[in-house]
Design a protein around this ligand. Sequence first.
Ligand SMILES: Nc1ncnc2c1ncn2[C@@H]1O[C@H](COP(=O)(O)OP(=O)(O)OP(=O)(O)O)[C@@H](O)[C@H]1O
Ligand SMILES: O=C(O)C1=C[C@@H](O)[C@@H](O)[C@H](O)C1
Ligand SMILES: [Mg+2]
Length: 172
Amino acid sequence: MKKIVLLGYMGCGKSTIALNLSKITDIPFLDLDKCIEKRANLSVNEIFEQHGEIYFRKLEHEMFLELLQSSENIIIGLGGGTPCYANNHELLKGDDVTSIYLKASIETLYNRLIHNKSKRPLIANMEEEEMKEFIAKHLFDRSYYYNHAQHKVSVDNKAVEETVQDILEILA
Ligand SMILES: Nc1ncnc2c1ncn2[C@@H]1O[C@H](COP(=O)(O)OP(=O)(O)OP(=O)(O)O)[C@@H](O)[C@H]1O
Ligand SMILES: O=C(O)C1=C[C@@H](O)[C@@H](O)[C@H](O)C1
Ligand SMILES: [Mg+2]
């Protein structure tokens, strides 16, 4: 069964785009972070605080494998870091997988994340200036993994509907 996998940096719009794509295609959407939270019965923040990031990355890998192995068609919205750990990037090229990197500039990411950082443990406690520098470096490191996606869609200056349309063209 087919899996449409959306990936990219925190705030690039994976959850928002996946939800909209799901409504149009009638393919169910599962958010990997939410699946992990449900399994652990803790929020992502609480998992980081109580068990540490390595524990989170293990859960994340297991849950990603589980979703890929399910017998349903699903849209999977990955966590921002998912492709960068546990060789998860190699899973982006699987036979029944269509993986799409939602590519956003540092500017776009900063402008979105600055209003919405409390639920993202990696940036929750950062000052504005520190955050911009962090995003720039982090995105640079992570791009190698994100670029293993089969397709790339730029999201800068686009409405949600436009990005969804770009994805529908890839899927056609
Ligand atoms: N195309 C868009 N135009 C404007 N704002 C958007 C767009 N897509 C998403 N947003 C906004 O950007 C923020 C981040 O989006 P979203 O939570 O979907 O990102 P994400 O990639 O799932 O992040 P995370 O990795 O942290 O889960 C949200 O507040 C959302 O409303
Ligand atoms: O970019 C990251 O490493 C993360 C992104 C979020 O989706 C969560 O998976 C978690 O906060 C880690
Ligand atoms: Mg999300």
